[in-house]
Ligand binder design. Sequence first.
Ligand code: 8YV
Length: 311
Amino acid sequence: MSPKQPLLLLEPLPAPTMEALTKDFTLLQFSTLDALKEVAPTIRAVATGGSYGVAPEIMAALPNLEIIAVNGVGLDRIDLTEAKKRAIRVTVTTDISTDDVADMAMLLLLALKRNLRANETFLRKGTWADGTLPPLAHSLKGRKLGIAGFGRIGQAVAQRAQASAMEVAYFSSHHHANSPLAFESDLKALAHWADVLVLTLPATAQTKGLINAEILEALGKDGVLINTARGSVVDEDALLTALQNKTIAGAGLDVFQNEPKINPAFFALENVVLQPHQGSATIETRLAMGQNIIDNLHAYFSGKPLLTPAY
Ligand code: 8YV
């Protein structure tokens, strides 16, 4: 590949990924759209995060854009209709973050059910040394875990939950014939059945606000919600009300609406475990995601098939 292609970077990548990219690309970052517009015609490639995407005004400002390499699997922040219309290729880091995101779902669940945050505070305050013990927590064993969304991440969560001796069922757009797990086509019925509802749904127009007051009511006062999907799949006002009123017992959340400036009402709650969208944020996985971006961009500019096209 020569000469060096300009590559518009809309979200920082790990340092080794950035260094590797500079061998074949001139990395461009801009703080304003006006500054971008000065060099926009030279930009054929963009790299961005799954949760950051490409804003419509940026896509519109790049008349010669040919490929968007996403550092993630979420496509909710990219106008795929417009990309297809303009024949802009889009790649995602398919299956690279699956296990880490599934681990995050189980981490949030275990932290909630085993009172991790409260017990550590109890210990750090010296209360244990005073001869008292924290309240007992809850086992995962034998509890019912419902998964909303049964793609790669949902299936990886199912494996982990079964390894914890949980009973697992799933809600999806269709029955997965290759899975022995119980398929529930009615999300409310799944929520009513489940002790734990894990969200691994894609963020689409159809899933926006899908987890609403009715679903949370069905999950019930002993139920917990785990979200490693996107904040947009939850009616966040309904969730906050359900947590404040103890309509549900608690929530483990790695994703929120309006990230990173999330609703501060979450900070006043004791029945939540919160993470700043860290599902795929491990060194190993982010380096592998970065290598996927490099490989896809090299393939594209060498006229070879993309490794992991989004469509
Ligand atoms: C990353 C994600 O946090 O896969 C996604 O779409 O949201 C996460 O894996 C994000 O893409 C990092 O840029």
